[in-house]
Design a protein around this ligand. Sequence first.
Ligand code: FAD
Length: 423
Amino acid sequence: MRIAIVGAGIVGVTTAWELAADGHEVTVFERRGAAALETSFANAGVVAPGYVTPWAAPGMVAKIGRYVLSRHAPVRFAWPITMRELAWMWAWRRACRLETYLANRARMQRLAFYSRERLHAVTERLQLEYDRSAGYMVMLRTERDRRLAQPGLQVLRDAGVRFREIEADEARAIEPAINPDTPFSGAIHLPDDEVANCRQFALLLKNQAQARGARFEFNVTVAPLSAAEPTSLVFTSNDTGATGAHRFDAVVVCGGLDAAQMVRPLGLRIPLAAVHGYSISAPIRDRLNAPRSGIMDERYKVAISRLGNRVRVAGSAEIGGRPDVKRASAIQTLYKVLHDWFPGAAQLANTGAAVQEWKGARPMMPDGPPVIGATGVRGVWLNLGHGSSGWALSCGSARVVADLISGRAPEVDIEGLGVERLG
Ligand SMILES: Cc1cc2nc3c(=O)[nH]c(=O)nc-3n(C[C@H](O)[C@H](O)[C@H](O)COP(=O)(O)OP(=O)(O)OC[C@H]3O[C@@H](n4cnc5c(N)ncnc54)[C@H](O)[C@@H]3O)c2cc1C
């Protein structure tokens, strides 16, 4: 089949690879000049399937209320907030009901475990070499944090995840560079989880897809699909302004945040919202003072990841606000958490080093799981809305879409991931 993919983020690239590997004639359209320049650019890189859960969870509304006045709040509202975002928050609030949460968590985790298997299989098969480190620790600052973590541990047990609840001394042995002056209660150690560089992986896999014949058209913006001819793409070159059109047998929309407006003319209303987050990435100053792999500060919901010769600190969730305006206090929280745990790890701006400060927009569905599969419109497929876990879910989602397009049953149960749940 001749298949067009809209978007070359991690989701579009993994989809391109799987479809090209199945022998389809694939063309990827991307408005930016290269792959993974938007949300897939500088995420935390965490692949921890047991921690892939919806944000719409019981108790979240009260939790966010308590954060409002806190300086280092992990979740915030920013101005302006649009009507669409208010509607999204209403749907999110309804999805916080216990049964809805449990069902969505099961859906996301099934896909996440499958996705990690696929990530490893693809990495091994293609001998891809990218920055990655094995193991992940969730740091618990106080006894209270430890108590609050207990329900999550039951989730890990139920999912069969290998983990250990450890004391601070053992955590320090696993990550010897942890600040000796930072007291903490303990940690949860997950040896099978990992952190890895999403963008590097995307660029390597793009090359592999190209080697299988996939074409990537960069600097090309695709217009919203037309109801009359949904698989005929109309696109404009950002360089020359020239427009073109091409008919395909199928189109897979992987356009991240802007995917909703692409399929709106087909009568599909996808309630995606941007939940902004931030990261800083800095060169390592001294390997002995740097983390060996990934940790998550459970109190501040900030991840610190070792990615090759760099350390990345990522976190914050901001609903509303403008994509081009960075909130200084959110970035300060990242520096604070890095300093709390690994004070000598990175060369920071005050030493003249090039520190990358980044803001990205998680393309999030209000209830949590992404939307994957057929749309009901002949030839149009979706792979979008992966929220805060798009890297961890990408390889599995891509394989599912490729299987569905080829008429095969996916290897993982995809109940509740399709457009049907949108009503
Ligand atoms: C701070 C932060 C930390 C995160 N940490 C993690 C983590 O640790 N683990 C994890 O799994 N996930 C994490 N995520 C989430 C993850 O980064 C996203 O879920 C993922 O990148 C989404 O990928 P995507 O391909 O759907 O979207 P994008 O990467 O945004 O790709 C969509 C692409 O479509 C293109 N596009 C859109 N419309 C058009 C059009 N009309 N024509 C042409 N091209 C178009 C865009 O230019 C873009 O390149 C994090 C996100 C943030 C912000």
